[in-house]
Design a protein around this ligand. Structure first.
Ligand SMILES: *Cc1c(COP(=O)(O)O)cnc(C)c1O
Length: 230
């Protein structure tokens, strides 16, 4: 089992490096997040044993069951939609919440973090494909008024933006969605130089090559590393 994880990991890293080089970028600019939802803690530990340092999960209940926060050797991010009533648990369990899409949520996270005596990283999620099933900010006005306020919330540290590509395998639509997030990052840097927008989390097993071509700095890969989910 260990050896297949090792080879999946090195294969995915190779694909990332190749995609980066094909558009004049350096593979080192791109962080690989292993998305471990539905996979066992044994599988996760095996992947961590191969040197993987960052994992992503999308459900708080599952994180609670699987991870022992105190003895973890790797970082863990919450990448799924976070409900208000799960904020306290999320703040206690993870290093970053990558799916923040409202002021209310950002304020609750900040409050919980201060209560725990820490500052927690966040990414702002934007719905670039406008698909209704997805979370994330849907329009720029709301997003920019969020940016006007978020810097004043204590307990959180903005690190960048996150999006999920379109469900459809249409490459043009995928390029367009990721290019939208990149443009948003560039405009956000101009409008709010006091905030950090360095992380552009976009790209999954099916579309990470396109995401890298469009400027991704963090790809979130599940299936290509762990195999199919049950
Ligand atoms: C499941 C998931 C991924 C990984 O998807 P794969 O297609 O298995 O690589 C990435 N991002 C989010 C938000 C997810 O929920």
């Amino acid at each position: 089992m260990n050896s297949s994880y090792a080879s999946n990991l090195s294969y995915v890293k190779q694909l990332i490096a190749r995609a980066a080089e094909s558009c004049g970028r350096n593979g080192d600019e791109i962080t690989l997040m292993a998305v471990s939802k539905t996979h066992s803690i044994e599988a996760i530990n095996a992947m961590a044993g191969c040197g993987q340092m960052l994992f992503g999960e999308n459900r708080i209940q599952e994180i609670e069951k699987k991870f022992d926060t105190d003895s973890r050797s790797f970082s863990l991010h919450m990448i799924g939609h976070l409900q208000s009533n799960k904020v306290k648990k999320a703040v206690a369990l993870v290093d970053s919440i990558d799916s923040v899409d409202s002021l209310k949520l950002a304020r609750l996270i900040g409050k919980a973090a201060l209560h725990n005596g820490k500052t927690i990283d966040i990414l702002i999620e934007y719905n670039t494909s406008k698909e209704e099933s997805k979370s994330g900010f849907l329009n720029e006005d709301e997003y920019y008024s969020f940016l006007d306020e978020v810097g004043s919330i204590e307990g959180i540290r903005v690190k960048g933006l996150m999006t999920i590509g379109p469900l459809s395998p249409d490459e043009k639509a995928t390029h367009e969605a990721f290019a939208t997030l990149y443009r948003l990052q560039q405009r956000s840097i101009q409008r709010h130089p006091e905030l950090d927008f360095g992380v552009l989390s976009m790209g999954m097993s099916q579309d990470f090559v396109i995401a890298i071509q469009e400027g991704s700095t963090m790809v979130r890969i599940g299936t290509a590393l762990f195999g199919k989910r049950e």
